[in-house]
Design a protein around this ligand. Structure first.
Ligand code: SF4
Ligand code: FES
Length: 250
């Protein structure tokens, strides 16, 4: 199949970017979206031009690095998949495809399609750890019963890969779904109770300092999240935050 690509090109964070038009021919419908971009870049290199910078790592939906806005949708068409799991059979021969970076004030463009998402790392660093007894007298995990429902919900929250699609999709550029997942994965488990108050207060504080917008319950984040993180987590984080704020002695 042949495609016309409109790709966002931007030299660096200060430069003014624009959409550039490229033709890519003989693309296999079975190739992935990132393999199609590899073809584009091979063509550009062969023509002596600067290849388009884009983020990727695992290429199997687990690292959260790939982060493209494709035809106006984070991670492109298709539900519960990342950009690297998107295949070219999702597009029609001859189609024009728009490829842009994730856009949010807290995600400044580094180059072309690559944005700086370290704000998400700083939120996790602000509170995302648990105290573990490593003294040699560690308790066997099986001796600590955890209700199945709580274990399942904690596991579901922990599947967040930190891609930032929720932020890019939200009209307010809110990071609430991401932070709620990171709070919930610990809040639901006994091991996470020790620092629960401090964790939620610090993570929300850092989220606000990074310049993310507020949540207005539009639910767009949940729709575009490749891991199906539920809005239920935001409600849980709000409960955790309220409870911590009114009882915290710090
Ligand atoms: S909540 Fe979903 S969309 Fe947001 S960072 Fe996690 S995996 Fe990505
Ligand atoms: S490259 Fe790792 S999730 Fe897409």
């Amino acid at each position: 199949m042949n495609l016309t690509l409109k790709v966002w090109r931007q030299k660096d964070g200060k430069a003014k970017g624009s959409l550039e038009t490229y033709e890519v021919k003989d693309i296999s419908p079975d190739s992935s979206f990132l393999e199609m971009l590899d073809m584009l870049n091979e063509n550009l290199v062969n023509e002596g031009k600067d290849p388009a910078a884009f983020d990727h790592d695992c290429r199997e939906g687990i690292c959260g690095m790939c982060s493209l806005y494709i035809n106006g949708e984070a991670h492109g068409p298709g539900k519960l998949i990342t950009t690297c799991q998107l295949h070219m059979r999702s597009f029609k021969d001859g189609e024009t495809v728009y490829i842009e970076p994730f856009r949010a004030a807290a995600f400044p463009v580094i180059k072309d399609l690559v944005v700086d998402r370290t704000a998400l790392d700083r939120i996790q660093q602000a509170g995302g750890y648990v105290s573990v007894n490593t003294s040699g007298n560690t308790q066997d995990a099986n001796s600590l019963p955890i209700p199945k429902d709580d274990a399942d919900k904690a596991f579901d929250a922990a599947t967040c890969i930190g891609c930032g699609a929720c932020v890019a999709t939200c009209k307010n550029s809110s990071a609430m779904l991401f932070v709620a997942a990171k709070v919930s994965q610990f809040a639901l488990l006994p091991q996470g109770k020790v620092e629960a108050k401090r964790r939620v207060l610090n993570m929300v504080k850092q989220m606000d300092e990074e310049g993310f917008g507020n949540c207005t319950n539009t639910g767009a984040c949940e729709v575009e999240c490749p891991k199906g993180i539920s809005l239920e987590n935001i409600a849980r984080m709000n409960r955790e935050y309220f409870s911590a704020a009114v009882t915290s002695e710090e």
